[in-house]
Design a protein around this ligand. Sequence first.
Ligand code: NAD
Ligand code: DAU
Length: 335
Amino acid sequence: MRIVVTGGAGFIGANFVHMLLEDHSDVDVVVLDKFTYAGNRGSLTDVSEDEARRLSVVEGDIVDADLVDGIVSGADAVVHFAAESHNDNSLNDPSPFIQSNLVGTYTLLEAVRRHRTRYHHISTDEVYGDLALDDPAKFTPATAYNPSSPYSSTKAGSDLLVRAWVRSFGIEATISNCSNNYGPYQHIEKFIPRMITNRLRGVRPRLYGDGLNVRDWIHVHDHNTAVWDILTKGRIGETYLIGADGETSNREVVEVLNELMGYPADDFDHVADRAGHDRRYAIDATKLREELGWKPRFTDFRSGLEHTIDWYEANERWWAPQKAEVEAKYAAKGQ
Ligand code: NAD
Ligand code: DAU
């Protein structure tokens, strides 16, 4: 089986590629990645000789229709991770989000339509907007779309394109909407790796606003096992929500990181809030659990964070080249 993984040099895509190569010896992987600031060749180098033989990496843009057509024509399935993924960047400049997330998805959909290729679309819980802190509700597949940011609105638009291509053209597609991931190879612009690498550089963690916003954390490996289950057992045309009951406030995350890294829990600063900052996300993954029998493995968040700290400590060469530039961007916004 040959699987094309778009965005396979990014955080979740690279972890997915490693999982495929390690756990599925009958799978060949073709990564299609533009190597934007978020794509990193170093995320795909830690592979055995046998895994290297089953991996090819194409540097290219998913909006390039000819390139995409050629790659999709030889594939059994496409798993589409590639996207501009960071909310803060989408507030600075939405244009690459429109191109990669909307036009890029459209380009892939046309290719899988022509070649009748199985397609799985990776999306986010942010398409549903946010919930109040005291609301007992969680997102379900029936929740109405209500995205807040340029990032989440382009992801919502891309999901709707997939649904339309299923209904109008009969493509064989599934969609998953997952909550916040953490783990190895996550870009240091994102909250958890930014806080860890700040600490390693002697900088206090920085909480946007009051720090009480809640995210529903899931380990990246659990996200990826769910994607595999949906790809291989999911019903065509269906949407599955992926989450592991990990609701935690940003403040609590920083307190745990501080303790694990040997600092007082309350050693952090409050900085300027994000414009339009979503308050809370929460996933109800009942459909995924009951229909496909999926279960998360990394349910101890504290121990997951401990391993993640270890990874960033051991892999400074992977993240250090980007640290100054990332922090300069935040500093310009008082964050
Ligand atoms: P990331 O920013 O770490 O990686 C994105 C990858 O896509 C990079 O390798 C980048 O080079 C590549 N890319 C971007 N534009 C491209 C283009 N036009 N053509 C080809 N490649 C391109 O992102 P991530 O955090 O790994 O997220 C991956 C996917 O998962 C995204 O679709 C995102 O919306 C979704 N998602 C992320 C999370 C999360 O917590 N990070 C949660 C739910 C869903
Ligand atoms: O919910 C899924 C989404 O999770 C994905 O679709 C996105 O691709 C992914 O980036 C993530 O979006 P968030 O905006 O929730 O993640 P981020 O890591 O940017 O921020 C997490 C929370 O931490 C959010 O409430 C903002 C806050 N934050 C972030 C940074 C970078 C801080 O308080 N301080 C910071 O320095």
